[in-house]
Write a protein that binds this ligand. Structure first.
Ligand SMILES: [Cu+2]
Length: 164
């Protein structure tokens, strides 16, 4: 009788140990799933209508972001190129755009105003994509992004990144 009791206990201990061991890797895997904390990807596209498909983005202060910007249009780059330029909150956007639109030789980015720019994807021709990784500003607020190809900002090619 004692022997049977012992073997039952041993069996239960073995089962217990077996369960513990099999659940161990599962727990580790579950914990590892959210761990690959690369930048959060935000896909934005635009086409020949001179509009971004996403005009409002929210982020937490200092969040790692990756903007993947696609020009889904068909009109040649020389007449319908698009870029994505995120500006600091203290920038006069109209003034920046005026300077940028005139800066054809530097890809519509004014060379002397680099400090105004948080992140950018350079001018893309049709069916092209570009991306940029950056950290959202640490100061809560609203940050405007625009396309600096001449007249596109005026045509409504802009949006807001809200940091909160
Ligand atoms: Cu544009």
């Amino acid at each position: 009788m004692k022997k049977i009791t012992f073997s039952v206990l041993t069996l239960m201990a073995l089962i217990g140990a077996g369960c513990g061991q099999s659940s161990q890797p599962a727990t580790t895997a579950a914990a590892a799933t959210p761990a690959p904390s690369g930048p959060r990807e935000i896909d934005i596209s635009a086409n020949d209508t001179m509009k971004y498909d996403i005009t409002a983005i929210s982020a937490s202060p200092g969040e790692s972001l990756k903007v993947v910007f696609t020009n889904a249009g068909t009109i040649p780059k020389e007449v319908m190129g698009h870029n994505w330029v995120l500006l600091n909150s203290n920038v006069d956007v109209t003034s920046f755009d005026t300077a940028a639109s005139a800066a054809k030789d530097t890809n519509y980015i004014p060379a002397d105003r680099a400090a105004d720019i948080i992140a950018k994807v350079d001018i893309l021709g049709p069916r092209k994509s570009g991306e940029v990784e950056f950290k959202a500003p640490t100061t809560p607020g609203q940050y405007t992004f625009i396309c600096t190809f001449p007249a596109h900002f005026q045509a409504g090619m802009h949006g807001i990144l809200t940091v909160k």
